[in-house]
Design a protein around this ligand. Structure first.
Ligand SMILES: *Cc1c(COP(=O)(O)O)cnc(C)c1O
Length: 421
């Protein structure tokens, strides 16, 4: 069956005879999320349909994961072909698809080699382990420290909530692993001070882990001057610069990698969310220090299996062949123009528009009563899905295939939502 046939046969099968029952869902699924009261059952391109058949324009993309949107022919074809051939064998054997994916990633980044896992948190865990082993075996450091930023987000495992500079994610999960320190983001004096302070306490800062643009923490882009100076400090002191590209990498910023917007290269970077277009995959990439990991040092049963590797390679090839980087730049500019106009229409409510490519944030005035969740709910009523980045920031992260018309439609729906709240 060709991918065309699949899409031609596409039908919205809203099933009103058996409506979705959220009470039964909540009876069986742990309540770790405060879910919005809709159940999504189908998607195509940048649109989603709930179980009642209502249509939404999707500016969330599964939290920056659905790079090619939903039911994209490239994705459907890659999955269909690979699942019929081979889907999983484990890393006990060579996996040709994984090798091809690693080669693409190395040829399109500063990295020398890749390690594959299944999520952003796992990719950051791998980076933390690599940095620590480097500190012990290459530098001979007894108590290595990794600095991270306030308001950062690096995942939900014990090590990555510790790396995450937001106490709300750590509360009640202690004892947490040691070896982390925190600094304000985009503040070079604070980094210099922290390196100094740890040294006096017989600890040594061996790595700095940062997002090129803080996503969950409120869509705060990294400062160019800050990252240039940080790169120099890391070079001078032999500190590893680790960038968490989980949200902003894979074309979302309008470049393949977020660091390309900052004019520097990291020693290690991590990727996940958009990497396989919404099929779970994580990766840790590094240059120069790849040999620090020996066989047996780190592993993942599913990491880089044939299915997900083939899908990721198809997504990355589509980025290249379907001009999605330039689309991300153009649609991002178009969206920010609209967001600035909206901010001017509601000057009491909004203070700033921030972002790169297709990751953008609209800052709600701290003085305003309005919360991001209220706007998200009002937008949902209008048929537009957006997501908060904290209590006072609206985040816009559509699929990278989003069209000019869809951006216009999103702006219109957002304006209607704002008139309603
Ligand atoms: C989402 C995110 C993570 C965690 O990824 P998971 O796949 O949920 O484990 C880590 N870092 C950043 C920057 C993220 O946005």
């Amino acid at each position: 069956m060709s991918s065309h046939t699949l899409l031609d046969n596409f039908q919205i099968t809203a099933n009103s005879s058996t409506p979705f029952d959220s009470q039964t869902f909540d009876q069986y699924v742990m309540s770790t999320y405060s879910r919005l009261p809709i159940a999504i059952s189908q998607g195509k391109g940048c649109y989603l349909w709930d179980t009642d058949g209502k249509r939404y324009l999707d500016f969330v993309a599964g939290i920056a994961a659905c790079t090619l949107g939903h039911a994209h022919p490239t994705l459907v074809q890659a999955i269909s072909e690979q699942i019929q051939k081979l889907h999983h064998v484990s890393n006990l054997y060579y996996i040709p698809e994984q090798g091809a994916l690693a080669q693409w990633l190395v040829e399109h980044s500063c990295a020398d080699r890749a390690f594959f896992c299944n999520s952003g948190a796992e990719a950051n865990e791998a980076a933390i382990k690599l940095a620590r082993k480097y500190a012990h075996t290459v530098l001979g450091v007894e108590y290595p420290v990794i600095l991270t930023a306030d308001a950062s987000f690096h995942g939900r495992t014990l090590a990555t909530i510790t790396a995450t500079g937001q106490p709300k994610y750590q509360k009640n999960f202690d004892p947490l692993p040691g070896g982390f320190g925190y600094v304000p983001y985009n503040d070079i004096a604070a980094i210099e001070q922290a390196i100094e302070t740890h040294q006096q306490g017989n600890q040594q800062v061996i790595a700095i882990l940062l997002e090129p643009l803080q996503g969950e923490g409120g869509v705060h882009p990294g400062d160019l001057e800050y990252f240039l100076r940080l790169r120099n400090i890391c070079n001078e002191k032999g500190i590893l610069l680790i960038l968490d590209e989980v949200q902003v990498g894979v074309g979302r910023s309008g470049k393949y990698w977020g660091y390309e917007n900052l004019g520097i290269e990291p020693d290690i970077f991590t990727s996940a969310k958009g990497l396989a277009g919404g099929i779970p995959m994580g990766a840790m990439l590094c240059k120069n220090f790849c040999d620090v990991f020996d066989s047996g040092d780190h592993a993942s049963t599913f990491g880089g299996n044939p299915l997900v590797s083939a899908v990721a390679l198809a997504v990355l090839t589509a980025l290249e062949q379907q001009n999605l980087l330039s689309n991300a730049i153009a649609r991002g500019e178009q969206l920010r123009r609209h967001l600035r106009a909206i901010a001017l229409d509601f000057p009491e409510t909004f203070t700033q528009v921030r972002g790169w490519g297709l990751i953008n944030g609209l800052q709600i005035n701290a003085e305003s009563e309005l919360t991001s969740v209220q706007v998200v709910k009002a937008a949902m009523e209008q048929g537009l899905l957006i997501v908060p980045a904290g209590p006072k920031v609206l985040r816009f992260i559509p699929p990278l295939i989003v069209s000019e018309k869809e951006v216009e439609e999103a702006a219109e729906k957002l304006e209607n939502a704002l008139k309603a709240v």
